[in-house]
Write a protein that binds this ligand. Structure first.
Ligand SMILES: [Zn+2]
Ligand SMILES: [Zn+2]
Length: 438
């Protein structure tokens, strides 16, 4: 077992207590290796996330005291016996290469990287997976965190040859030296989740006629069938109209990712980004303003309140509706709005964390619009290569802290934990990062 000799016995951690709204800074034992595949990470920065609020508010059905947080970046301080062992051959690369001292970022869930589900890329639902910051697995808002299945879960930022990217290893290394830890921390959740929403929409079969310029289902034909009696698609037909509902940090990431996809592929587009809260709309506008002309492309990009958005989509599409709607909130009113905005044969991609209430759509509503619904947790590990490339490309948005276009408002120390949760919950502050050592 490789370790840094002087790991302390105790550490500070941000802990949640039931039933709700009770965050305490506590002294607890430093985690120990429990399984040969475990890694102990010394946390450099840990972020507060919108989905932490479900448990904070008592909505998660959780009753056990636990350490919060599922977004963290840090340094390896201890490795289980699997690492560097002969048995590491044929397993994910990090079981052979990860070393004490390596800088790592973790996706927000554990994934083994070796099972059928992980091999297919659905890492967010690995049967051996756990969510950090839940009763099942202590979170990253602590000075140290235990990462089960570390070789399948973590990304080594010290060795970019161990993960793929469209950038060369040389460019990856160069990029990594220029990226702040606060920026890299977005790879734990918010950026991959935003990219996931955009990717699910753009790659959905319902969107294929718009993207390929061939009517459904000829757009899927291997034989490259030419349309027969049909008239050709117009520019209007080929314009992708996308609504993004919810402009918290993930919603902004989804908007930036969608914009990147359509400009890179040179697709005609109209995007409407929607939030009822003015401060969030202002943030979205500042982010859009920070993106260079090439990144903005030639399509329309509107930032709207809910009523304005309904009018905008009507105006743009003559009442037909959006090709795709990204729902990044996770409640029934957001889903109802998504249904109102989507066209027949459209797709709703929901990445918000939905709770107990039943879906607000009837079977008849779904039937009458031929609507596709995509739900669920982002497989953050699988999304990492695309998210990393976007992080590098869009440092104008993802690079800063506390600026008009920054997704991160401030970096605070642990003593401000309870206050930060309270302010974040009330919408008085945007994304906050904790420095456990400040
Ligand atoms: Zn998160
Ligand atoms: Zn797995």
């Amino acid at each position: 077992m490789a370790t840094i000799a002087s790991l302390p016995q105790e550490q500070s951690a941000i802990r949640w207590h039931p039933p709700s709204y009770d965050i305490r800074l506590e002294t607890i034992p430093v985690p120990k290796i429990q399984n040969p595949d475990d890694v102990i990470v010394k946390v450099k920065l840990a972020a507060l996330c919108g989905s932490d609020l479900h448990i904070y508010r008592g909505h998660g059905g959780v009753t056990a005291v636990h350490t919060c947080g599922h977004e963290f970046i840090g340094e390896v301080v201890e490795l289980g016996s699997s690492y560097g062992a002969a048995s590491a051959k044929g397993r994910p690369a990090l079981y052979s290469s990860l070393k004490v001292g390596d800088k790592v970022v973790s996706p927000f869930t554990v994934s083994c990287g070796e099972c059928h589900v992980c091999r297919l890329g659905y890492t967010g639902r690995c049967p051996e997976g756990f969510l950090f910051g839940s009763p099942a697995l202590e979170g990253g808002q602590a000075q140290y965190v235990r990462v089960p299945k570390g070789g399948g879960t973590l990304f080594s930022l010290s060795d970019p040859t161990t993960w793929s990217s469209s950038l060369s290893n040389e460019l990856k290394e160069k990029a990594l030296t220029g990226l702040a830890d606060s920026s890299l921390l977005m790879l734990a959740d918010i950026l991959p989740t935003g990219v996931f929403a955009a990717q699910q929409a753009i790659n959905h079969p319902k969107v294929a006629p718009v993207v390929t310029g061939k009517p459904w289902p000829l757009c899927f034909s291997q034989a490259d069938l030419a349309p027969g009696n049909e008239v050709g698609l117009t520019t209007e037909d080929r314009t992708l109209t996308v609504a993004i509902i919810g402009l918290g940090p993930v919603g902004v990431c989804a908007a930036v990712s969608m914009l990147d996809v359509v400009t890179t592929r040179q697709l005609p587009f109209r995007i409407v980004a929607i939030d009822p809260i003015e401060a969030r709309r202002e943030k979205m506008k500042a982010v859009y303003a920070a993106i260079d002309a090439g990144g903005k492309g030639t399509g329309d990009f509107a930032v709207c309140s809910i009523d304005e958005a309904k009018d905008k989509v009507k105006e743009w599409t003559g009442g037909v509706g959006c090709t795709a709607v990204l729902e990044v909130v996770g409640n029934t009113s957001a889903l109802t709005l998504a249904y109102d905005l989507v066209r027949a044969f459209g797709v709703i991609v929901s990445v918000g964390v939905h709770g107990e209430p039943p879906l607000p759509l009837t079977g008849r509503q779904c039937y009458n619009k031929n609507v596709s619904l995509d739900f669920g947790r982002c497989p953050a590990r699988a999304m990492f290569p695309i998210a990393f490339d976007l992080l590098v490309k869009r440092q104008d948005v993802f690079g800063g802290v506390g600026e008009a276009a920054s997704l991160i408002d401030k970096v605070v120390d642990f003593t401000e934990a309870a206050e930060s949760y309270e302010q974040f919950d009330k919408g008085k502050v945007g994304k906050v990062i904790f420095d456990p050592w400040k």
